[in-house]
Ligand binder design. Sequence first.
Ligand code: SF4
Length: 367
Amino acid sequence: MLSSLPNGSRPVVLDVQDLRVHYATPRGDVIAVNGISFQVYQGETVGLVGESGCGKTTTAMAILRLVQPPGRIIGGRVLIEGTDLVPLTEKQLREMRWNKLALIPQGAMNSLNPVMRIKDQIGDAITTHEGKQPRDVLKGRILELLNQVGLPARVYNMYPHELSGGMKQRVCVAMAIALNPPLIIADEPTSALDVVVQRVVAQTLLDVKQRLGVSMILIGHDMGLQAQLVDRIIVMYAGNIVEIAPVREAFKNPLHPYTQLLIASIPSIKERKPLKVTEGLTHDLRNPPPGCVFQFRCPYAREICRSLRPQLKAYGVEHFTACHIYENPMLYENSAPIATATRPATPGALYASDLMKEVDPHAGAAA
Ligand code: SF4
């Protein structure tokens, strides 16, 4: 369904179908990713947004088959250019990673080996997958990669500690594009950088995308950065996709109440206004309630939202959301309003961000 609109005429690079990821805890399975489906098209950048614990980093790790125990993929398919990664062996996966999809992880600049020169780190990424090559050919490729991410040739011989944070981050971008993969996943690529350097790294990603035509998934919670970099936004809440829209449309006409709150919470330097906060808490992730996943925090929740789960449906060109306001307008209007933050008190319940930090090694400050 999601590919049946205009973007559907472009080749699909990534096709995620009904992906489910659970984390085992002593208190029961946490449903971290709850049957999500989406596509990424050739040459487009998709933003995966939501607050801590919403499942966006877990989704990225599942796409790369890097979910660590106690997490596990319990269902779904992840097709990269038609090949499903879920049933592949570790050896087959190693061949796919870097070649077909590359990761720029959270805090990527800290993943560089401090005792290896940049030329050796990028060279290793190339020769591990392509085998040994003549020294001058390899050097030429590495210098070209540095040039593509806006780094001077002298970086070739340097160690990571001789580079600034932004330069190290661009080295990680160079490594990600070394084998020309059709898809790059960048997890919070500008976190821990100051605002000026953030812009440089963001511009590098834009340049790479435009020059190489690579597809990207950009994970983040900085809606301002997403607005600058992505073509479409996917909004996740408690392991579910609640809205997908072209980025301009998402900011101009957000449909889902959660997306509206995310956008309203962006601080403005032009206008002094109180920051909007999304009140209430998510549900116990081991026991999703019947009905809408956002019901306990939604300012527009009605009785129907407690009993009937809204489905992700199209309400415009490439614009999808899961909300009864649009799916069942008559039923919604005739249903009694309910107060927000009326989640039933459940002794010992586990909630989103604190729980995700407990079980998800990837759930850092912005997972
Ligand atoms: Fe809010 Fe109901 Fe829409 Fe969920 S379905 S987002 S609770 S109005």
